[in-house]
Design a protein around this ligand. Structure first.
Ligand code: SF4
Ligand code: SF4
Ligand code: SF4
Ligand code: FES
Length: 947
């Protein structure tokens, strides 16, 4: 593997259909109108020297190194700011230009430390390269005059250093922070010779910087440089792979020295991120080689015994023989499994295959159960397919953006940056969220309306918006008539027009002023292309599925599905949550969302798998746990998932796990669920295996192995070993063969193969004969289900109610530096930003309870209580408190209830009635957790590693 070098055209290549043809150095070149001469030259292989230009940014024209001569024009214009024109004749290499460029470069070098040989960027520095390119051999001015050579270094950021003595004030970092990331954390302070880059007058760590890395990427010198490069040196080889954190699915070049990752560099050709990144994918990959990794299989008789390291053969044999024993004693359906949205499509497919074909039942479920299962249900019923409608790029065409129950700048940061860019260009914004998320007001972005609704009132709000559309004559009648089922529409329109659904009637329920709802509804319906983006603030409710259908109703009624800039778009949580659903992880569906009761589908699978399949849906996760508590479900195989921490009502989850006779956990770390396990099978990180992930826009991207599995096997190989031990033979030699099988059995994947992905980079499903290049946008001429189906979305309040004992509502979420339950990010320097979970509480509620910022408080619900530090914050409205659930010791899910979505059982994490009061001690659960944690480590022999 060589180091992959991407072409930098200096300025962006424009996408216009109209082209112009010009002549550069005697050669004709045709480019889209609006392209710079610099970029036009780059496309024909001519690199004009440059310093302030890079193709991620708009041209700036400050360094004067890229000068050219244009026939018929006076002077030597900068090629980065000169737009290519038809018939233009350009010269990029003349003695005059060479002299001018050398002169410019000489000035830069005269104020630059000449320490190239010992510089961390030696060999990977544009200043060094360009000095060579312009032929600079000497500096005439000497180095004695006034200079910046003693300027300080800011090493406060955990991942990159700012060595300001090397800065050439090209402004690329400042512009990257503004144009690409949209954070505006950097400025140029001072003027002329005194100008310098500043993170807002403080250090990087304390500044507004969100560590996305865009400035580091843009910097042409070693001024902004990864600390890993400073420590390890420049990388030697690289491979393109996909981030293993969130559902944006950013592409990265894993740049390596031997089998060590030197850095992860966002890949410009990655269609989901187009060269951008966030702190997690860019920098927080250290967990993959963390000392906590378990690399030896382990078994134990009971969950109070110490773990015993064993060979792979022994561990697999134990798991298989226990599963067979349980089935012989308690019946075929007494075992099941959970697939992982962290693992690849191929691994997920294999686990559900093992369960359906090897276990002989449909007791398979996935962690999507607890996040986006209502998306699958709601969009399938209304539109016909369980996935978002658009590609990410589509947001650039949106005129009105409605963000509901999502926090893109924290949860899906790279997409958040795209969205902010469009908003800065003038798109209008409506935010519906109980919390004042950053998008409501951030640099150069301000929501037109923040509908700060009460948790649990989503359906009432979406109905009220739709009521305005229907009763004020804002329905796109032509669209509805031609694209949707008219009978269903009319029934729905009558329902939604009822006065009880009006903004005024539901004001009490939603807490949102009716006038704001009316104004927002008018804006959504009449403002041009209107796009909905939503997250777990929609799905994790007892009416999650109803709300998804409510959004689909609204989009259909206003004609906002089926073209660029519109749609209903779930922002998926985990890297492969879309893929794990696609791959048949739900108990009622085979891969491709086909119901297990469908005879023809089952027969197809039976033919290839060589077994008879059950036609009845199996158990969902909560049902498996209920059955375990009842003594009827006895064994489970859990790959890459930690229900003991991530699922609601922890006591119930652990009671279920405790009641089982064989819990097999496969993970990279000894997670919370492993406390209840009898067999532990070491997992492999995304760096250690080949496969694919599917992101929130249905984009299938390659995951590429850059190091050997630390425990000897990739996850798919372990599943295969287990299947073989169970007597159901599997003999895949490579994940590509698994994908071939998926393609053979799944019509929406029939055109997908590793060879094709290697050729084109990534593909959005459906990819088949009808759409050989994939499908960026769904439902273009007709809905997948035929006619769009309007559904009645009656508002039914959650049974979780506030009252005198529990007067506040708790809602949960994640923040930028943290990732879900923290198995990964807790084991990285990201912990420096937020070392613990805190409870955000409004000053009014805090004062009422005598709570000061930083006080330890007891957070109590009907399910349990925990102690947590309070942070006074006006992001919440009075009556609502908020926390993250990143740290196991916090036990946030001890207090969440077991209410769930009526259709899919997705837990209602977002609404828990609670009371908050000051305390001075941990809760009983936390005290027990600390005890168990200590004893677990002691008896497991992992005390040293954990300390
Ligand atoms: S890392 Fe990102 S947010 Fe921070 S200064 Fe650089 S570009 Fe701005
Ligand atoms: S830090 Fe780098 S990108 Fe920023 S102005 Fe200095 S040299 Fe240019
Ligand atoms: S936005 Fe998501 S996929 Fe992209 S780098 Fe960040 S965590 Fe990874
Ligand atoms: S690259 Fe054109 S002026 Fe700097």
């Amino acid at each position: 593997m060589a180091l992959i070098k991407e072409l930098d055209t200096g300025t962006p290549i424009r996408l216009a259909a109209t082209t112009v043809t010009l002549t550069i150095d005697g050669q004709e070149v045709t480019v889209p109108i609006g392209t710079s001469v610099m970029a036009a030259a780059a496309t024909m292989g001519t690199q004009i020297p440059k310093l302030c230009a890079t193709d991620m940014l708009e041209p700036f024209g400050s360094c004067r190194l890229c000068l050219i001569e244009v026939e018929g024009r006076r002077g030597t214009p900068a090629s980065c700011t000169t737009i290519a024109e038809d018939g233009m004749v350009v010269r990029t290499q003349t003695p005059k230009l060479a002299k001018l460029r050398r002169g410019v470069m000489e000035l830069y070098i005269s104020d630059h430390p000449l320490t190239c040989l010992t510089c961390s960027a030696n060999g990977d520095c544009e200043l060094q390269t360009q000095a060579g390119a312009v032929g600079l051999r000497d500096v005439r001015y000497g180095y004695e005059g006034e200079n910046h050579l003693d300027a300080p270094t800011d090493a406060s950021n955990p991942y990159f250093a700012f060595e300001s003595s090397k800065c050439i004030v090209c402004n690329r970092c400042v512009r990257a922070c503004e144009e690409v990331q949209g954070t505006f954390a950097l400025t140029i302070q001072g003027r002329g010779f005194g100008s310098k880059v500043s993170p807002g007058g403080t250090d990087f760590f304390s500044s507004e910087c969100v560590s996305c890395g865009a400035c580091v990427q843009a910097c042409p010198t070693a001024t902004l440089n990864e600390k890993s490069v400073i420590e390890m040196g420049v990388p030697e080889h690289s491979a393109v792979t996909t981030c293993a954190y969130c559902g944006v699915g950013c592409s990265f070049k894993a740049e390596m020295q031997g089998d060590k990752v030197v850095r992860m560099v966002p890949y410009k050709d990655g269609k989901a991120n187009e060269g951008h990144s966030c702190v997690k994918g860019r920098f927080a990959y250290g967990y993959a080689t963390h000392k906590d990794r378990i690399t030896k299989p382990m078994i134990r008789e009971t969950i109070t015994d110490p773990w015993r390291e064993v060979t792979w053969a022994e561990a697999i044999d134990r798991a298989a023989s226990e599963f067979r024993r349980i089935q012989a004693s308690y019946g075929r359906d007494a075992i099941g499994g959970i697939t992982s949205s962290r693992c690849t499509n191929e691994e997920t497919y294999l686990v559900q295959k093992l369960i359906r074909a090897g276990f002989g039942n449909n007791n398979v479920d996935t962690c999507a159960r607890v996040c986006h299962s209502p998306t699958g249900y709601g969009l399938k019923v209304t539109l016909g397919t369980s996935a978002g409608t658009q590609d990410f790029r589509s947001v650039a065409q949106a005129d009105v953006i409605l963000v509901i129950g999502a926090n893109p700048t924290d949860g899906h940061p790279v997409f958040g940056s795209r969205m902010k860019k469009r908003l800065r260009e003038g798109a209008r914004l409506i935010v519906a969220d109980p919390r004042r998320i950053d998008l409501v007001k951030s640099p150069h972005v301000r929501a037109d309306y923040h509908l700060q609704l009460k948790p649990g009132a989503n359906v009432a709000l979406i109905n009220a918006i739709a009521h305005v559309v229907v009763t004020e004559g804002l329905v796109d009648e032509n669209y509805v008539r031609t694209r949707c089922d008219l009978n269903d529409f009319e029934t729905w329109a009558r329902f939604i027009a009822e006065v009880r659904n009006s903004p005024e009637a539901v004001e009490e329920i939603t807490g949102v002023p009716a006038a704001d709802v009316r104004a927002a509804a008018r804006l959504y319906a009449t403002g041009g292309n209107a796009a909905i983006y939503y997250g777990l603030g929609v799905t994790e409710h007892s009416q999650g599925s109803t709300m998804v259908m409510g959004m689909a109703n609204l989009a259909m009624a206003t004609g906002n599905i089926g073209r660029e800039g519109v749609g209903v778009n779930p922002l998926r949580g985990q890297n492969n949550v879309q893929g794990s659903c696609d791959m048949g992880s739900f108990p009622h569906e085979l891969p491709g969302y086909r119901h297990v009761s469908d005879d023809a589908t089952r027969e197809m699978f039976e033919g290839l798998w060589g077994v008879k399949l059950q036609s009845e849906p199996g158990l969902r996760i909560p049902n498996m746990l209920d059955e375990a508590v009842q003594g009827r479900f006895k064994g489970i195989y859990i790959q890459g998932e930690d229900p003991a921490q991530s699922d609601p009502d922890t006591q119930h989850v652990t009671a279920g796990l405790r009641a089982m006779e064989c819990v097999v956990v496969q993970d990279i770390f000894l997670n919370e669920t492993a406390k209840y396990a009898h067999v532990f099978l070491p997992g492999s990180s995304f760096l250690e295996k080949d496969g694919t992930f599917t992101n929130a826009e249905r984009r299938i991207s390659r995951v590429r192995k850059v190091m050997s599995p630390m425990a000897g096997y990739a996850d798919w190989e372990v599943t295969q070993l287990l299947s073989n031990a169970l007597g159901y033979p599997m003999s895949y030699r490579h994940p590509s063969e698994i994908m071939d099988e998926i393609a053979a059995l799944t019509p929406t994947f029939s055109g997908v193969s590793f060879a094709k992905l290697d050729q084109v980079g990534s593909i959005q499903w459906p990819c088949n004969e009808a759409a050989p290049n994939g499908t960026p946008m769904m439902h273009v001429d007709r809905f997948v289900r035929g006619l769009g189906k309007f559904m009645i979305t009656e508002f039914v309040p959650t049974e979780e109610r506030t009252g005198a004992k529990f007067p506040l509502i708790l809602t949960t979420g994640r923040i930028l530096s943290q990732y879900n339950v923290g198995a990964q990010t807790r084991r990285t320097e990201n912990s420096r930003w937020h070392e613990e979970d805190v409870l955000e509480i409004h000053p009014f509620d805090a004062e009422l309870r005598g709570i000061a910022d930083g006080d330890l408080v007891a957070l109590e619900s009907r399910s349990g209580d925990i102690a947590i530090k309070a942070r006074i914050s006006e992001r919440m409205q009075p009556g609502v408190v908020y926390t993250t659930f990143h740290h196991a010791k916090t036990g946030a899910n001890v207090i969440t209830t077991d209410y769930s979505d009526w259709a899919t059982n997705c837990p209602e994490y977002k609404v828990t009635a609670v009371q908050v009061r000051r305390t001075n001690r941990p809760s009983d659960w936390q005290a027990k957790f600390y005890d168990e944690e200590f004893s677990l480590k002691r008896i497991g022999g992992y005390l040293d590693a954990a300390e």
